[in-house]
Ligand binder design. Sequence first.
Ligand SMILES: CC(C)(COP(=O)(O)OP(=O)(O)OC[C@H]1O[C@@H](n2cnc3c(N)ncnc32)[C@H](O)[C@@H]1OP(=O)(O)O)[C@@H](O)C(=O)NCCC(=O)NCCS
Length: 184
Amino acid sequence: MLPEHVTSLPIKLRPFALEDAPRVQLLAGDFAVAETTALIPHPYPNGMAEEWIATHQTQRDRGIAFVYAITQAEDGLLVGAIEVRPVADEHENFGYWIGAPYWGRGFATAAARAMVALTFGYLDCDQMTASHLLRNPASGRVMEKCGLTPVQRVTRAHRGKQEPFCIRGITRDAWERWSASGDR
Ligand SMILES: CC(C)(COP(=O)(O)OP(=O)(O)OC[C@H]1O[C@@H](n2cnc3c(N)ncnc32)[C@H](O)[C@@H]1OP(=O)(O)O)[C@@H](O)C(=O)NCCC(=O)NCCS
C-alpha cells in the first residue's frame, strides 16, 4: 500500500476528492492536455470527473491503481494527476497530466519521480513502463528524468490517426542502480 500523502517539492500528492471534479474537468478538458493522452476524452463530458474520482478508493483498496492529485506544495492548488497500475504483466502502467498553465515548472517530473520511488519502494511491482507520442518530447523528458529508458518504438492508432510512440521502461534493479548512481 502506498502512503496517501506525499511531498516531493515543488508538489504534494494527495487522493482526489469529489470536490476536485470541476477543476479536473477544467484542466483535463483543455484540448492541449487531452490531445497527447490515450484516455482523456475531448470534449470532456459533464459528470465524468466525478465518476472517475469515485473509482479511486476501490482501485486503491484492491491494489489495482493508485491515483493521486498533484498539487502545488506552496498553496495546495490542484494542477494535475498521476496514476500507477502496479499489476503484474500490465504494460504502460504509468500516466500523468499537468494543466497547461502549470507546464514547465518541474511538476510532472517531481510527481513522476516520487511515484517511481514509491512503486518500487512499497509495492510488489518489478517494472514500470509508459509510452509517449514522439511528438510529445516533454513527456519523454519527464520519463527520462525518472530513469525510464526507451524500449521500443511502435506506430499505433491515436485519436483516429496512426502515430509513432516511444515505449519506455525501467526495472526495479535498474531503478536501484540509477537512483544510487547520482546521474539523476
Ligand atoms: C508532458 C507533461 C506532463 C509535462 O509536464 P511538466 O510539468 O511541464 O513537465 P516538467 O516541467 O516536469 O518537465 C518537462 C521537461 O520537458 C522539457 N521539454 C518541454 N518541452 C519540450 C520540447 N518541446 N522538447 C524537448 N523537451 C521539452 C522541459 O525542458 C523539461 O525538461 P528539463 O527539466 O530537463 O528542462 C505536460 O506537458 C502535460 O500534461 N501534457 C499533456 C498530457 C500529457 O502529454 N501527458 C503525458 C502523456 S504520455
